[in-house]
Design a protein around this ligand. Structure first.
Ligand SMILES: [Mn+2]
Length: 251
């Protein structure tokens, strides 16, 4: 890593979710964050569900997010490297952001080494035991044939259906905080499983919408990035240590 430079990690912005107004406010908050970190960021990792729904047709992309995409373009044009992970809400990113933002699109996990630390990065969907129904759906959603067929549906209809689906899957699992602590379990199980065959310093996930930092073995930490509807959480690595932080910490 270049001296003085940092890695930044965030996920689950769910842009487009809830009302236009609330999404725009969130978008502006994210832009303030990007402006704050661009001074020392060398790489930015957005670990999925950046959009509440994203599907790229051959010649059409969803409306909106102009300021956000413009800000990302400013950062990547200035030389900051951007990684966009596919989440369960926005796995239909193909080459648009590669062409426009020079981003790397990550389909599943990404393992990187920076300053001697090994990072395992993944959105967090469909990992660990259980969640059989979703794992099956994910196979369908990711199949090139199904994606090709979906692409034949006119965008107004296709995106309309998808937005409804997205809203349902997002509101279905809303529970109170203490009840949701256990939800990290499968991801932690998955991480511990990986530790049997190799060493990782940091496991970073999103998806659970619940920020958490936890030591899972003497030299390995589990970090969940939370989300930006309620928490505005992100992680930063300065070459020595990783920290989970709040941006404009909500009351
Ligand atoms: Mn997710």
């Amino acid at each position: 890593m270049p001296a003085g430079k940092k890695l930044y990690f965030a996920s689950d912005f769910h842009l487009g979710a809830r009302s236009y107004k609330s999404s725009r406010q969130r978008e502006e908050r994210i832009i303030r964050w990007l402006d704050a970190i661009k001074v020392d960021a060398s790489e930015i990792f957005l670990l999925g569900d950046v959009f509440d729904f994203w599907f790229e047709y051959k010649t059409v992309v969803p409306k909106g997010y102009i300021r956000f995409l413009g800000k990302l373009a400013e950062l990547t044009d200035s030389g900051i490297k951007l990684y966009l992970f596919k989440g369960n809400h926005d796995m239909w990113m193909f080459d648009y952001f590669v062409t426009e933002l020079n981003a790397s699109i990550i389909s599943d996990e990404l393992v990187i080494e920076r300053s001697g630390k090994i990072f395992y990065l993944h959105h967090g969907d469909g990992l660990g035991p259980g969640d059989k129904k979703y794992k099956f759906l994910k196979k369908i959603f990711r199949s090139p044939l199904c994606q090709w067929l979906f692409g034949l549906i006119p965008p107004d209809l296709g995106i309309g259906i998808a937005n409804n689906w997205s809203k349902k899957s997002r509101t279905k699992g809303v529970r109170t905080l203490p009840e949701r602590r256990y939800e990290h379990g499968w991801l932690i199980t998955h991480a511990k499983e990986l530790l049997r065959s190799a060493h990782y310093d940091y496991f970073i996930f999103g998806h659970k919408h619940l920020p958490l930092e936890k030591e899972i073995s003497p030299n390995s930490r589990y970090v969940n990035l939370g989300e930006w509807i309620n928490y505005n959480t992100y992680a930063v690595f300065d070459g020595t240590s990783l920290e989970l932080k709040y941006f404009e910490k909500p009351e």
